[in-house]
Design a protein around this ligand. Structure first.
Ligand code: NDP
Ligand code: 2IT
Length: 444
């Protein structure tokens, strides 16, 4: 059996019941076929087998007590996937769907994403099946303190630096950091996405969404086009979705729809992002509220319908597998020209095939949403150097990084005979640096 097929078959046999991990590994390894053909030494060093096996996976119990005195137990995870090019780096996700398969898919993706940023960060991911929805601030705090009471022994500013993801934002990072500092007695850059008063970086909050739009803007520019006058759909209404919408609209686009896990809002006049920020960031409410507050806006129960709205550009910014084959076909039929993935793995493998066959410019997650973690690495640099850069400085660096990633994946695709296939291009460009580092460091 051919090398990639053999590694994939082995991975599925050894890691059954991990469909998201299989999906991410399939997408990545298929893209790497031309690389391993050119580098037979990789197979001799079992490089792919090592690449898909986490260096370490920590599973732990997170006990906590709710406001009524009831005891709850959640599962905690930290998968330290690859440290060849730098300390493990990647977010923590708090969502009831979290399991080992999801954390491993996110961790595997993170290795290549972090490599693409050009900064010295390895790949990791963690989280819990804890559901922050409907919990009081005190419950969130107690949960975060319990989570960190185990996690602290596995992380460190030069070892593993977690950050936010779904369900983990500024509030949670604050509680996690407070508990780490209390246990270790160290005020260091062990988490990113920190508040500005205790070591955070300007522009980290905006970075993932802004970065997604900067990359999409570059893809448009290279084709003599721009965001001006474009109709855009952004799914989700969390951190990534809000700042993708804000930046796309500032460049002249009209974002007409957003959703949360209950349903979507359609505003033909263009989403008023300040209203969404008030509902989501301040009140922690539901997107349904938007239609009650903004004249002319409609609310529809359920998420899938959002992809039936006609648009030029789709920016999925919520979660994995939100665009399946059927939704991709409807988007194509309605004339979508660009898809930029803000979320991690938001398009199924079948959905990607539909977009690519139709000639849609498809910007894959590990490249398109790398602005968040890139800015986390800039936060780490500021922490280590005891520096504080202005918003404009960080934002300019972010934009530069996103433009570089776009051209690196475009060039890698050309060089390896798959021009325009950015899925393969991103996998190849990200992998080459990790592979070189792993080869140089021996069999470890
Ligand atoms: P948030 O928790 O801020 O927002 C998540 C949004 O997605 C919410 O609107 C949420 O709705 C929605 N959502 C989550 N799960 C589902 C679901 N199963 N069906 C429908 N909607 C859902 O998270 P982020 O904005 O930080 O993350 C969004 C995506 O971007 C994730 O895939 C994450 O991995 C990725 N990402 C995040 C980065 C960051 O810096 N934050 C960096 C790179 C990627 P509801 O409130 O109803 O749950
Ligand atoms: O998926 C991701 O890249 C993130 N959730 C951000 C990770 C980070 O370390 O900033």
């Amino acid at each position: 059996m051919e090398y990639v097929e053999r590694v994939l078959a082995d991975l599925k046999a050894k890691n059954p019941n991990e469909p998201e991990f299989h999906q991410a590994a399939t997408e990545i390894l298929n893209g790497l076929k031309p690389v391993v053909a050119k580098h037979p030494e990789y197979e001799k060093a079992a490089l792919l087998e090592r690449f898909v096996e986490p260096e370490r996976a920590v599973l732990f119990r997170v006990p906590w007590v709710d406001d009524n005195g009831t005891v709850h137990i959640n599962k905690g995870y930290r998968v330290q996937f690859n440290s060849a090019i730098g300390p493990y780096k990647g977010g923590l996700r708090f969502h009831p769907s979290v399991n080992l398969s999801i954390i491993k898919f996110l961790g595997l993706e993170q290795i290549l994403k972090n490599s693409l940023t050009g900064l010295p960060i390895g790949g990791g991911k963690g989280g819990s099946d804890f559901d922050p929805k409907g919990k009081s601030d005190n419950e969130i705090m107690r949960f975060c303190q319990s989570f960190m009471t185990e996690l602290y022994r596995h992380i460190g500013q030069d070892t593993d630096v977690p950050a936010g993801d779904i369900g983990v934002g500024g509030r949670e990072i604050g509680y996690l950091f407070g508990q780490y500092k209390r246990i270790r007695d160290e005020h260091v850059g062990v988490l990113t996405g920190r508040g500005l008063s205790y070591g955070g970086s300007l522009s980290r909050t905006e970075a993932t969404g802004y970065g997604l739009v900067y990359m999409t803007e570059e893809a448009l520019k290279c084709r003599g086009d721009s965001f001006k006058g474009k109709t855009v759909i952004v799914s989700g209404s969390g951190n990534v979705a809000i700042y993708a919408t804000e930046k796309a609209q500032s460049l002249g686009a009209k974002v007409v729809a957003m959703y949360d896990s209950n349903g979507y809002v359609y505003d033909k006049n263009g989403i008023q992002i300040d209203v969404v920020k008030q509902i989501k960031e301040v009140e922690r409410g539901r997107i349904k509220e938007y239609a009650a507050r903004v004249k002319g806006a409609e609310y529809h129960e359920g998420c899938k319908g959002i992809w039936t709205i006609k648009c030029d550009i789709a920016l999925p910014c919520a979660t994995q597998n939100e665009i399946d084959k059927e939704s991709a076909e409807i988007l194509v039929k309605n004339g979508v020209k660009y898809v930029g993935e803000g979320a991690n793995m938001p398009t199924t493998l079948e959905g990607i095939a539909v977009f690519q066959k139709a000639g849609v410019i498809f910007l894959p997650a590990k490249a398109a949403n790398a602005g968040g973690v890139a800015t986390s690495a800039l936060e780490m640099a500021q922490s280590s150097g005891r520096l504080f850069w202005t918003f404009e400085e960080v934002d300019a660096k972010l934009k530069n990084i996103m433009i570089n990633i776009y051209h690196n994946m475009d060039n890698a695709a050309k060089e390896y005979g798959c021009e325009g296939d950015y899925v393969a291009g991103a996998n190849i460009a990200g992998f080459l640096k990790v592979a070189a580092a792993m080869m140089a460091q021996g069999i470890v």
